[in-house]
Design a protein around this ligand. Structure first.
Ligand SMILES: [Zn+2]
Length: 261
């Protein structure tokens, strides 16, 4: 089973149509093969990649037949790519309860590759759901400055209106109070106003320095890091769930994919 804990591994594993078909075939016939037409359980190789041909009635079934992949109008690799995009930051439910929001900067010489990255710092907004046990779930997005215009769409996408939100004293958050009545700003006391976002930011920056060395694809790295983190917390394998749903032709997967398009 592919758990998609690394986007680069993903693109290697599904670099060809063949690999995608193989994965689908494994999903589809995981519990054994039965002919759809005559219930025969013996098959030989079919005409299309990874298709199976019934040895009795000769019905040739492809890995995509009867699945949502069959109905997609674009190539299968693109469908897989959409699946991983859907999975990277799928806000299957908005952050509720206790939520902390903070902005931070990444890049410039300190996080960049030595002698190379003179790129300017990038600004990121981060929202985490906190619980008694610490950080529960996190989403982050690269923004062009921390104005309300940039912050509002992020809030709308990831945070429930009734959440109890803590932010720093930054004025960009003030106009959002009308839509988020339980949000409260805490004036910075030497950076101590928020408890858990600073910890998360440190962890993310350490990971980024250790693995990626540059911030060229910062949003992808944020997605990857949050995905790993949220997966550990949720103990779910969204990618495999999504593909399995599509192989079983459960209609729920289509809007998920389209939303990610
Ligand atoms: Zn048959």
């Amino acid at each position: 089973m592919f758990t998609a804990n690394n986007i680069i591994e993903f693109s290697k594993q599904f670099s060809t149509q063949q690999a995608c078909y193989q994965y689908l075939a494994n999903c589809k016939w995981k519990n054994g093969y039965t002919c759809k037409k005559c219930d025969n359980t013996n098959y030989c190789k079919g005409q299309k990649p990874y298709s199976r041909r019934c040895t009795r009635c000769k019905y040739d079934e492809s890995p995509t037949a009867g699945t949502l992949f069959h109905k997609l109008k674009f190539p299968i690799q693109k469908a897989f790519y959409k699946a991983i995009k859907a999975m990277e930051q799928d806000p299957d439910c908005l952050l509720t309860g206790q939520v902390e929001v903070d902005e931070f900067r990444v890049g410039g010489s300190e996080e960049g590759r030595q002698g190379r990255s003179k790129g300017k710092k990038r600004e990121v907004v981060l929202a985490i759901k906190t619980s008694d046990y610490g950080i529960h779930k996190a989403y982050a997005q690269v923004i062009n400055g921390a104005g309300t215009k940039e912050l509002r769409p992020f809030f709308e996408r990831y945070i429930a209106a009734q959440a109890c939100i803590k932010t720093a004293g930054w004025p960009g958050y003030s106009p959002l109070k009308a839509s988020y009545p339980f949000s409260k700003q805490y004036p910075s006391k030497k950076g101590k106003s928020l408890q858990l976002t600073p910890r998360y930011i440190l962890m993310f920056k350490a990971w980024l320095r250790g693995i990626h060395h540059s911030v060229k694809h910062l949003q992808v790295y944020l997605c990857e890091y949050n995905y790993r983190f949220n997966m550990i917390k949720q103990k779910k394998v969204i990618f495999h769930d999504l593909i399995t749903k599509m192989v079983k032709a459960e209609p729920i997967a289509i809007p998920e994919l389209m939303r990610a398009a």
